[in-house]
Design a protein around this ligand. Structure first.
Ligand SMILES: [Zn+2]
Length: 319
């Protein structure tokens, strides 16, 4: 799986991408030589090769799968080019699959075949997911300031107060759930496409402590507990919900740097949707926070169980 530059890749339609990949490869290899111990060096270099191969095939798949529309290509390219380096996750973090830390991508060098994927496929799943977060960083500032803006409204705060969610962080994390679910959807689409396999059908699972064994519907390998929230949230976005493949449209829109501006504009145009939009977003934020607490940040059972908010979410979505 060595990284072999492909002459046909540097087409006019991908300006500068091959050069960027080569430079990133050089930087990441140098970093491995500078920091890895003797025992870690070979796996670290192998990881760089895997990463470069995967990044290239993920990027090409975005186009094959029509996830990037021409208008958003410059944004996608600009975002990916912000990646400064790729390196192996340090051993103390190796219970994670990967981590994006500002412009640094840290990937677990010890991933093996998992969850029905071959090792190569699993790397694609994990790396594509992180690349998607990097693309979404184009609207991080916007989502934080939009949440602040919504929270300044007394009426919005009153609604959140009645739900026990009167804290702006729930709105912010609601958008973070959306970011996470979109990243996973993109990763699954790209990985199954490259594996030339059909995606599994959605099925009920009951393996999440945050739902206290209540079943939830998903066909994601990871983050399955978030999928249905994103599916339902799309129903609150009129510019997306009536399209042929709404999730594909959501992905295309999320690859636009003005994604949040567009949502804001839509809410201005459809003020009747604003209340349910805000309440659903806050419930999503509460659920997302619980998924993180499961990773070891909280022992409180009260914090972990979110069924009350799942029920509220279900009621609101029918409004
Ligand atoms: Zn993620």
């Amino acid at each position: 799986m060595a990284y072999i530059p492909d002459e046909t890749f540097n087409r006019e339609s991908f300006p500068g991408f091959q050069k960027f990949l080569k430079d990133l490869c050089v930087r990441s290899r140098k970093l491995a030589y500078d920091t890895a111990s003797d025992a870690e060096l070979v796996p670290a270099l192998r990881l760089v090769d895997t990463f470069m191969d995967t990044m290239k095939s993920s990027y090409l798949s975005f186009f094959s799968l029509n996830l990037v529309i021409p208008k958003n290509h410059p944004n996608v390219l600009r975002q990916l080019k912000t990646i400064e380096q790729m390196e192996a996750l340090p051993p103390k973090n190796q219970r994670l699959y990967a981590l994006t830390d500002h412009q640094k991508l840290l990937i677990n060098p010890k991933l093996t075949a998992s969850l029905g994927f071959s090792q190569e496929e699993f790397y694609q799943l994990i790396i594509t997911h992180e690349l998607c977060h990097i693309i979404h960083q184009a609207w991080t500032e916007d989502r934080l300031s939009y949440a602040d803006e919504l929270f300044q409204d007394d009426r919005v705060r009153g609604m959140l107060h009645n739900m026990g969610l009167e804290d702006v962080r729930y709105l912010k994390r609601g958008f973070a759930l959306l970011d996470e679910a979109i990243a996973q959807e993109v990763a699954e689409r790209v990985t199954y496409y490259n594996a030339k396999r059909e995606r599994p059908k959605k099925e009920y699972r009951n393996d999440k402590p945050i739902f206290d064994s209540k079943p939830y519907l998903t066909n994601y390998a990871l983050y399955g507990e978030l999928q249905s929230f994103a599916d339902d949230f799309i129903e609150r976005l009129p510019f997306i919900k009536n399209t042929k493949d709404p999730f594909q449209t959501l992905i295309q829109c999320s690859f636009d740097k003005d994604f949040i501006k567009k949502i804001k504009e839509e809410m201005r145009r459809h003020p009747e949707l604003l209340d349910s939009f805000v309440m659903m977003l806050a419930c999503m934020g509460r659920v997302y926070e619980a998924t993180y607490k499961v990773l070891g940040l909280s022992n409180s059972k009260k914090d972990l169980n979110v069924n009350e908010y799942v029920d509220s979410f279900q009621k609101i979505k029918k409004m």
